[in-house]
Design a protein around this ligand. Structure first.
Ligand code: SAH
Ligand code: SF4
Ligand code: F3S
Length: 469
């Protein structure tokens, strides 16, 4: 058994990992032939993409997908630790699994993802759900095949490492979409914002080699993919742990030159967004004019307590530069309300920054205490009623700008990557614009995966309606 430990996860030593190729032990291929799995994914794109790898591994083991968890032979939860409600959802599901297990003792249940990296979670599993098959961490989910098989004879397997393991290349992937693909460029995070659990659950920053990234994208292009999203908790830090003179700007430029129609990236930290990156985004038409730039708060006092390393002024300066250089830029953000010590005047500064940036999209959250993070220890926590009231006011404000920005697009023509067809209506489709807006539209002779011109006829808060031109 290997249990996680946040003290170890916090350490900042040099690279101590290697790159290895994924290899399935041939004795496990089709080991579970005829059995079914249900995989539930919580959390961010990183987890969604890990789940694409996990599904492919399960299929190599012979499993088939089952949509109804009540019928599946294996239930696997790929969990998220970012806020308490993410925890609660996974625990709720484990409770349901417990009842199922009583009815069907042969049911297999596993847990992976960020919650597995938390010592408190592992301890509560050992106590409350000892009948589970395995708990595996974010650094070694490639070990699911042997852990699952071993659990059949030896019971619960807990294999969680606090620090990064080898970087595994050439993992099989069962992608959700035939047109849009996630591509990891950097794992982990070294920023340690004081509220955030990610550096503990995902380890230190590790960049993938540029050759591996470019090869993966080349083969996606061959398979007909139209869009890649470069993934990392902080993509701007790409390369810093690996190269002297090759960073995110250079990588973006190399990817753009592969000529895939659409390139996106998440997430950029406002702190190390360089001028070179801005110039590269502006220079290439296939780098989408859509940037997710989490601000978290508009108050310098709170930003400092959060350890975000930028100020309201420097953030606004960056936004100004981005808007000047990148025509039609759509800007999105993440905002936390109710961080410890946040007073009404700090919250007003957050509302002010929303007014200044007029975001196209925003994910807004109430601060949630994360066990083991520095902000947990700040005494002046904000009461829940105050957080709720601020969140409501903030949501009204951000929604106002979503609609305003969308209204300005009525009568304009947008390029839309067609992703799906309406089930209710003939000749009705949906897809996303270059600025990442959901567009529902009508038209004839349209193929999924095509990029079409759509004239916008109506604006809603979270989507646009239109007609193919
Ligand atoms: N790497 C990204 C964010 C990843 S987490 C970045 O730094 O921008 C996604 C979002 O969850 C964060 O941007 C933050 O707004 C929110 N978040 C993180 N920890 C939180 C916490 N303890 N309580 C509430 N929201 C949190
Ligand atoms: Fe968390 Fe900050 Fe890292 Fe984002 S940059 S993952 S908010 S520690
Ligand atoms: Fe959640 Fe882990 Fe992502 S905590 S947001 S799944 S990195």
């Amino acid at each position: 058994m290997h249990k996680p430990d946040f003290k170890e996860a916090r350490t900042m030593d040099k690279r101590n990992y290697e790159t290895k190729k994924f290899e399935l032990d041939e004795k496990y291929r089709n080991y579970f032939k005829g059995k079914t799995y249900f995989l539930k994914t919580y959390g961010c794109q990183m987890n969604e993409h890990d789940s694409e790898n996990i599904e492919a591994i399960l299929k190599e083991l012979g499993f088939m997908q089952e949509e109804d968890y009540k019928k599946a032979d294996l239930i696997l939860l790929n969990t998220c630790s970012i806020r308490e409600n993410a925890h609660n959802k996974a625990y709720g599901m484990l409770g349901r699994c417990k009842h199922l297990k009583e009815e069907r003792p042969e049911l297999m249940v596993g847990l992976c993802g960020c919650m597995a990296q938390e010592e408190v979670v592992v301890n509560s599993i050992l106590e409350k759900f000892p009948w589970m098959n395995f708990v595996v961490g974010t650094h070694n989910f490639n070990e699911i095949p042997n852990l699952l098989v071993k659990s059949l004879s030896d019971g619960l397997q807990v294999e969680v490492y606090s620090r990064e393991r080898d970087l595994i290349e050439e993992m099989p992937t069962e992608r959700q979409s035939k047109f849009k693909a996630y591509v990891n460029i950097i794992y982990g995070c070294d920023k340690f914002c004081t509220y955030c659990i990610v550096p503990y659950t995902r380890g230190r920053q590790r960049s993938r080699k540029k050759e591996d990234i470019l090869e993966e994208i080349k083969s996606l292009i061959k398979e007909g993919y139209k869009e890649v999203t470069l993934l990392g908790q902080n993509v701007n830090a790409y390369g810093k742990d690996l190269y002297e003179d090759y960073s995110f700007g250079e990588l973006l430029e190399d990817v753009a030159q592969l000529k895939i129609p659409r390139i996106r990236f998440v997430t950029s930290h406002p702190w190390d967004f360089t001028d070179h990156m801005v110039d590269v985004i502006a220079k290439y038409d296939n780098i989408m004019p859509s940037i997710h730039l989490p601000v978290q708060s508009g108050s310098n006092k709170i930003l400092k307590l959060m350890g975000r390393r930028y100020t309201q002024e420097s953030y606004l300066e960056l936004v100004k530069k981005l808007k000047e250089k990148i025509p039609n830029l759509a800007l999105s953000t993440d905002i936390i309300v109710g961080f410890p010590k946040e007073e009404e005047e700090d919250f007003i500064k957050t509302m002010d920054i929303v007014d200044a940036c007029k975001y196209d999209n925003a994910f807004t959250f109430m601060y949630s205490i994360r066990h083991g993070t520095p902000a947990e220890k700040i005494k002046e926590q904000v009461p829940d009623e105050v957080k709720e009231e601020r969140l409501q006011r903030l949501n009204e404000r951000v929604n106002f700008y979503f609609l305003e920005n969308n209204k300005a697009l009525v009568g304009k023509t947008l390029k839309v990557l067609v992703e799906g067809k309406s089930l209710k209506q003939d000749n009705a489709y949906y897809g996303y614009s270059e600025t990442n807006k959901l567009v529902n539209f009508t038209g004839e002779n349209i193929q999924l995966g095509e990029i079409v011109d759509v004239e916008i006829t109506e604006a809603k808060t979270w989507s646009l309606d239109g007609q193919r031109k």
